[in-house]
Design a protein around this ligand. Structure first.
Ligand SMILES: [Zn+2]
Ligand SMILES: [Zn+2]
Length: 130
């Protein structure tokens, strides 16, 4: 699969038995449909993060194309309160695109992943691959 941002091939990393596509060029991450759910700890926060996804209105950020169907993706906001993270979602629900650092932010949100396990794992993996 090619990175929706730089069009370079992404590499597959395994995180908590979930296969994620990672672009070493820009640090972005592609999650197939349902994979975010698998990465989040089972908790109330998980549901609140998943339910918080809303389509963003007028956004200046560049439109990216889904690496699966090549159609332009929509911008969605994730999170509640002050801090919202803008991510890209395929309208056909093939998956979600996170620019560098955004997945990290989502996983930290609302004290999910309290032990920072996922964040540390990601850091560890990426420091090895870069
Ligand atoms: Zn890239
Ligand atoms: Zn798609």
């Amino acid at each position: 699969m090619d990175c929706p941002r730089c069009m370079d091939p992404m590499i597959v990393l395994e995180l908590k038995r979930v296969e994620i596509d990672y672009c070493p060029e820009c640090g972005g991450i592609w999650l197939d449909e349902g994979e975010l759910e698998m990465l989040l700890e089972d908790s109330d926060e998980k549901n609140s993060v998943l339910q918080s996804l809303i389509v963003a209105g007028d956004v200046k950020e560049e439109v990216r194309r889904c690496p699966v169907c090549s159609k332009s993706m929509e911008k969605v906001l994730c999170g509640k309160g002050e801090k919202k993270i803008l991510i890209d979602r395929c309208k056909k629900m093939h998956g979600l695109w996170f620019d560098k650092g955004e997945l990290d932010d989502v996983l930290r949100m609302g004290s999910i992943d309290k032990k920072g396990l996922t964040v540390n794992l990601l850091k560890d993996m990426f420091s090895k691959t870069i």
